[in-house]
Each structure stands twice: as structure tokens, then as C-alpha cells.
Design a protein around this ligand. Structure first.
Ligand SMILES: Cc1ncc(COP(=O)(O)O)c(C=O)c1O
Length: 383
């Protein structure tokens, strides 16, 4: 349900936080999800509340496969897909099922900082691969992979966010996507594609996913309802080879507890059938598109000339580069004292790096608040 209230103009005492990459609560489908929950219980009765199939409810899997088929032209085979508890749970499960402590994971640098936390939970060693303005340096991947293998290291997979990357907002260039998938097919490197933001495009639909370039190939693709419906659902999906999906389905976790978030998955299925996903996505794209443009306009108006950023074509984030003498981690306490927060760039690096970068999110804040936040940030930078 959209809330229409008078704009909140922040006072000096209000902290303006550009850190969280969360959807705006005012854009969550509260009423529709309520109707879907009621309908699910009425239709399915007690079965809605029992354990569910390990793979997830067949109805939801069919809806997702059809949606992907319509959007991207390739409908995933049924045995290649399963429901997950969102991307975080899927990553955790893949680490549990595919890795051993001490194995290597290749990560782009910078990357989603909380995925790094999951990899560290499993004692994995992170090997960074740099990015440039076209995304991941695919030309460096094979060399790093082979060198590590020659050293006797077990490289389990490459984790990447090729579409509306968190934190950079950038897309991996189309030719690099083909090169990366070809490299994976040639070398046997497994790729985990985190596709959290694909549906949130603002100017034009994004390039094909890595998975779409080689369905049932070397790519495990992870999707989520977090950004497009609601994070509290803790629901998403995985596409992989039947063998990898089966390996996850055979886990003790699913064997003991059944499909992940079975009730939620059924409610989401009812929501998709009754409320319509496409209209909801269009509403979100319009709302976040406006916010992105407002943030970009405020940055252009207030930030010092020697700060640079690029327009993200989708997702939630703008990645800002400051002149070399800045260290954004050291700047943060001053910035907090001035009433504005951001995520310092170093958080998104598995090793050193990112000191002169910061990430701003435009998903949560209203236009007035964003404008005031950027004004405060510019004052901090100009001190
Ligand atoms: C790139 C990326 N992957 C995964 C997640 C978390 O997804 P989920 O809520 O489905 O676990 C986020 C949330 O910020 C994200 O930015």
C-alpha cells in the first residue's frame, strides 16, 4: 500500500542514512500480501501449514519458470530449479554443500560485502579479481584460476554480480559476459551469478544473464524476492544443473525440514497469480527511477567537482569516487557528526582497496531527505 503523507523535511538532529540497500517500506505490497495469505489458507487449509516439498511448491516453480521464459526467452527446465530462503540462504547452502574450509572463492573486487561474510563463515579464502568500467576483468580470471590450481589450491567457484552490481551499480559488458561463460565452459570453473537486481532496471532492460548464455551449464544463478516484493519473505530461487540442485535437495537441512519457507512460498505463489507481478514491477521501477534521478541531480549540484560517479542503469546504488587524499572510513565519524551516513568503500573489498570510494543507496530516502543528505555530505567533503 502506498503511503501519501506530507514530505518529511529533516532537521539538523535527524541522521540521514544512505547506507542500507533496503526496499522502501512504503513500496511493499502489504495489502496484496495480506489478501494472498488469507486466500492461501482458505484454499489449501491445513496443508498450507504442513512441511512442503524439498524443491519448493510446484505452482511457484512453474510461475517463476514461465516468468523467466517470457522475460528472457529461455524457460528453465524443471529439474534445474529450486526455491531458496533468498540469495543469502542459497549462498550459505552452496558453501555448505560445495566447499571445504580453506578452499578458494574468486570474488570481484569490489563486491557485495555481506556475501563475503558468508564465505568467511565457511573458512573460505577469498581471491579478489579487479573490475574496471566494463565490470569484472574477465581477462584476468583464467590466469588467477590456473595459477591457484597450479599451486594445488582448490578453487570452488567465482562469485559475481554482473547486473546492477552492488556496490558499483554497473553491468558487466555483454562481450565480457560471453567471454566469462566461454571461459567457464572451457576450464570447468563454476560461476555463482547473484542476480538480485535484474528486474529493477530504469533505462533499458539489462543484458542477458550469464545463466541465459549457457543454460544448464557452468552458471548457478540466484534470484530473490527481497528487492521486488519484500525482504521479510526470505524467499528466492536457484537455477543450476540438475546435479547441483539435487545435491542441495539431498541436504540434511531439507531432508529434516522440507522445502524452505513453505508457507511463504505458497503465499507468494498466490500473490503472483492474483495480484499480478508485472504491474508491481512497473510501479517499483518508476518509483526507484525517480529517486535515482533525484539523487544524481543532488550529487551534480552539491558535490565538489573532483568527485566522480557513473549513472547506475538499475539497482539501488551510486558508487562515488573521491580524490586520492580521502579515506572514507576515516571520514565516516565526521560525516556521522554532520548527520549523514554512507558505507565506506573498503567494506566491499576482500583485501585492501576502496579507501577513496563510498556507496550511497537511493532506495529508502525521500527526495527532500536525499537532497539534504547530499548537501551535508558535500559540507563534510569541503571542510
Ligand atoms: C547483491 C545482493 N545479493 C544478495 C542480497 C541479499 O538477498 P536476500 O535478501 O535474498 O538474501 C543483497 C541485499 O542487499 C544484495 O545486494
Amino acid at each position: 500500500m502506498m503511503q501519501h503523507s506530507t514530505p518529511h523535511v529533516p532537521t539538523a538532529a535527524d541522521m540521514i542514512e544512505f547506507s542500507p540497500g533496503h526496499p522502501d517500506p512504503a513500496l511493499l505490497p502489504v495489502a496484496g500480501m495480506g489478501r494472498a495469505a488469507m486466500e492461501t489458507v482458505q484454499q489449501a487449509g491445513p496443508l498450507a501449514l504442513m512441511y512442503g516439498a524439498e524443491r519448493g511448491p510446484a505452482a511457484l516453480l512453474d510461475q517463476l519458470r514461465t516468468h523467466i521464459g517470457q522475460q528472457e526467452g529461455t524457460m528453465p527446465p524443471g529439474d534445474c530449479m529450486m526455491i531458496t530462503g533468498g540469495i543469502s540462504q542459497a549462498l550459505d547452502m552452496l558453501c555448505a554443500r560445495l566447499t571445504r574450509r580453506g578452499d578458494i572463492v574468486l570474488v570481484e573486487s569490489p563486491t557485495y560485502h555481506l556475501a563475503l561474510h558468508i564465505f568467511r563463515d565457511y573458512g573460505l579464502t577469498l581471491a579478489p579479481i579487479p573490475v574496471d568500467d566494463q565490470g569484472l576483468r574477465v581477462d584476468m580470471v583464467e590466469n588467477v584460476y590456473k595459477t591457484l590450481q597450479l599451486q594445488g589450491q582448490q578453487v570452488r567457484f567465482l562469485y559475481t554480480i554482473p547486473t546492477f552490481n552492488n556496490p558499483t551499480g554497473m553491468n558487466l559488458a555483454p562481450e565480457r559476459r560471453s567471454d566469462l561463460v566461454a571461459l567457464a565452459q572451457r576450464t570447468g570453473l563454476l560461476i555463482i551469478e547473484d542476480d538480485a537486481y535484474r528486474e529493477l532496471w530504469y533505462d533499458a532492460p539489462p543484458p542477458p544473464s550469464l545463466w541465459q548464455l549457457a543454460p544448464v551449464g557452468p552458471v548457478i544463478r540466484l534470484g530473490s524476492f527481497t528487492k521486488v516484493l519484500a525482504p521479510g519473505l526470505r524467499l528466492g530461487w536457484m537455477l543450476a544443473t540438475p546435479a547441483i540442485v539435487q545435491r542441495c535437495l539431498n541436504s540434511g537441512l531439507l531432508n529434516s525440514g522440507g522445502g524452505i519457507n513453505h508457507f511463504t512460498a505458497q503465499v507468494v505463489s498466490t500473490f503472483l497469480a492474483q495480484e499480478g507481478f508485472d504491474a508491481h514491477l512497473t510501479m517499483l521501477r518508476d518509483a526507484y527511477h525517480r529517486r535515482r534521478d533525484i539523487l544524481l541531480a543532488a550529487l551534480a549540484r552539491y558535490l565538489p567537482n573532483d568527485c566522480t560517479w557513473r549513472t547506475p542503469m538499475g539497482g539501488f546504488f551510486v558508487w562515488i569516487r573521491l580524490p586520492t587524499h580521502y579515506d572514507t572510513a576515516r571520514l565516516l565519524p565526521t560525516s556521522h557528526a554532520a548527520g549523514v551516513g554512507f558505507v565506506p568503500g573498503h567494506c566491499f573489498y576482500s583485501g585492501s582497496g576502496g579507501e577513496r570510494y563510498l556507496r550511497l543507496s537511493f532506495s529508502l530516502l525521500t527526495p527532500e531527505v536525499m537532497e539534504e543528505g547530499v548537501r551535508r555530505l558535500s559540507n563534510v567533503l569541503l571542510r
